[in-house]
Design a protein around this ligand. Sequence first.
Ligand code: AMP
Length: 121
Amino acid sequence: MSGYDTNNIFARILRGEIPCAKVFEDEFVLAFNDVAPQAPVHVLVIPRGAYVSFADFTLRASSDEVCGFFRAVGLVATQLNLDEPGYRLLSNIGQDAHQQVEHFHVHLFGGRPLGAMLAGS
Ligand code: AMP
């Protein structure tokens, strides 16, 4: 995976150049509704820092950023009342996972039974 493209769509959302349907924000993350939802709840949680992938994030981000990110993911799920009956976290990293936006992010799906863990082949 190449370096971070400062013009990727999530970087532009973070800079306020493109609008988003914000769900949550704090000093570490921005969470917003996916523009093409694949479940009744489909939220993207992104770190404010410029990280391409999971490895990039976990290796280069500070402990506060990493901790703040994952705490915020849990908080968003709780605020959306998803702890029961449950939800799914998913992160696509790289080509085989079809990562479309090269700014590390976690998808949060919920609001209906989500079926098998992996779809397609
Ligand atoms: P991924 O394949 O994990 O990189 O997924 C990127 C996600 O970003 C897709 O689910 C897209 O629907 C979503 N997406 C792309 N552009 C926007 C946007 N402007 N606002 C919200 N979600 C977006």
